[in-house]
Design a protein around this ligand. Structure first.
Ligand code: CS2
Length: 505
């Protein structure tokens, strides 16, 4: 079967039920560089931009050059397809399949000769977007750039060496930063050298104040360079870092998704993605060099994303993590199966309502009960097949953002964050036991997997498991780890979760 490609596109027009780009894809230039071209980017930001282009939005050519970050699988899928891919919607209210054309270049972050830094330095590029996941920011326990991380240290050393006077004339060659922050710093240095003009860098990961955080991490990187002041000053003047809150459930694509795409398109699509119909994007409207008119595609452009961001992280993402860890332990394969377990559905609702909601300063017009009900409905839709182990990945970097703020604030208010502690305890048991109720093994996919495995080695009982993991400073700050109310809740839940053969009961 032929592959989806620009050549195949005209033939697809005859197929009913598939929506195609309405603009001239082959003519679209690139003004956006995206780092981290996973399924989420393809089903979220790229589609908002696709809508703008379909609507005939003028201005610069808002096509995207997308880089892989770690593996080149997506490059192998999309490279031979001229960046085209199809988005399938799943579940209640699903719309038709759609082919998107915004990814005008797909390149390898680790192997492309130009590299993200070289591509971002092109003066026609006005915007960089990022989906590199929580761990891609390489933050230390204090939230600043982790300069002790070997990959960060290597990027700092390489950039410091290149900016030595003897090397200046050769700028632009040979520098291969491995980390996202290193790539951005190198890109800024190159834009500065070329006088390529202002730029906006828009993070789209589940972190509070992600724009401000990213700006701070770049400042930390510059401060570690022997002559980083000039670069830091240039960034301050020329680069905007708007924050954004993203929302759409996009599980990893499966063979069944690819088979369905092939059936609908009549050509093979190795890069298709499947997503829920719901999507939301709240963007801080602070750009240095323009942006696509995403509001035409339903995005909310606002002066302050903070209220949306804590609602989303502390309600949706926190409940997602609870269902992922407790669900996986109980032997549930998907989030929807976990939601069909009354005990877990009650816990997820309890976490959102009793623990997280009192900590939120909800934005005007956000109906919290309605939002919570909507989240539970989305999770319960069996059509998505989102696996518990996928959501369970990277807990050490997700927990602090999703759950520990709620825990801290409820404790400070003299309340017991019962369900939030249940979610944290479920993570602890997931890390400590790595098998489900039926004895099947559960993978620990986490940037700190080695440290966590060392911490829990040969623990004897719930109290020991809890104490050992509370001692991991990169996850639990000392004051929270020392809180006796929190510890007692954790031990209570962990003991129940560890009870032989009972999963979560
Ligand atoms: C999930 C999120 O994998 C996870 O940790 O909680 O990716 C979630 O699906 C999205 O944030 C939904 O917007």
């Amino acid at each position: 079967m032929n592959r989806l490609s620009l050549t195949a596109l005209p033939r697809l027009a005859a197929r009913s039920g598939v929506v195609l780009p309405r603009y001239d894809v082959g003519e679209l230039g690139v003004a956006i560089v995206h780092l981290g071209v996973g399924a989420f980017h393809r089903a979220h930001q790229a589609l908002y931009t696709e809508d703008c282009l379909d609507g005939g939005a003028g201005g610069p050519d808002w096509g995207i050059c997308a880089f892989t970050q770690r593996s080149d699988d997506v490059l192998q899928a999309l490279g031979p397809q001229d960046g085209l891919y199809c988005v399938l919607e799943r579940g209640a209210g699903a719309g038709p399949a759609r082919v998107a054309g915004t990814l005008r270049e797909v390149r390898s972050g680790p192997h492309d000769p130009l590299g993200p830094a070289g591509r971002i330095a092109d003066p026609r590029v006005r915007l960089v977007t990022l989906t590199v996941t929580e761990k891609g920011y390489r933050r230390g326990p204090d939230g600043r750039l982790d300069l002790a991380d070997p990959a960060v240290a290597a990027d700092v050393a390489a950039m410091a060496a290149r900016s030595a006077p003897a090397h200046r004339p050769r700028a632009g060659s040979g520098l291969r930063p491995r980390t996202t922050i290193g790539q951005l710093a190198a890109a800024m240095a190159e834009r500065r050298r070329r006088d390529a003009g202002p730029l906006s860098v828009l993070p789209c990961d589940n972190l509070p104040a992600n724009g401000r955080v990213l700006r701070g991490l770049l400042q930390d990187f510059c401060a570690a360079l022997p002559d980083g002041d000039g670069l830091a000053g240039w960034i301050e003047e020329q680069v905007a870092f708007p924050s954004s809150v993203v929302d759409r459930i996009v599980p990893a694509a499966t063979d069944a998704d690819r088979a369905e795409a092939a059936m609908l398109l009549g050509v093979r699509d190795a890069g298709c993605v499947a997503a829920e119909p719901y999507r939301q994007w709240v963007v801080e409207d602070d750009f240095a060099a323009g942006r696509p008119p995403w509001e035409q595609a339903g995005a909310v452009l606002t002066a302050d994303v903070a209220p949306y961001e804590s609602a989303k992280l502390r309600l949706l993402n926190a409940a997602h993590s609870l269902l992922a860890y407790a669900g996986a332990l109980a032997g549930h394969r998907t989030i929807a199966e976990a939601m069909a377990d009354d005990e877990l559905a009650t816990a997820a609702a309890g976490l959102m309502e009793a623990d997280a909601s009192p900590t939120l300063d909800a934005p005007d017009g956000l109906d919290l009960p309605g939002y919570r009900a909507g989240v539970l409905r989305r999770f319960a839709d069996p059509a998505l097949g989102h696996t518990t182990v996928q959501v369970a990945a990277d807990g050490s970097v997700k927990l602090p953002v999703r759950l520990l703020g709620t825990v801290r604030e409820r404790l400070a208010a003299g309340a017991e964050p019962y369900w939030a502690a249940f979610a944290v305890a479920a993570w602890m048991v997931f890390v400590g036991r790595h098998t489900d109720a039926r004895g099947r093994s559960l993978p620990l996919s986490d940037p700190r997997a080695d440290e966590l495995a060392r911490a829990v080695a040969d623990f004897g009982n719930a109290g020991q498991l809890v104490d050992r993991l509370l001692g991991v400073r990169s996850v639990f700050p000392a004051d929270l780890a020392a809180d006796q109310v929190f510890r007692a809740l954790l031990v209570h839940h962990a003991a129940r979760l560890l009870a032989p053969g009972t999963g979560v009961r």
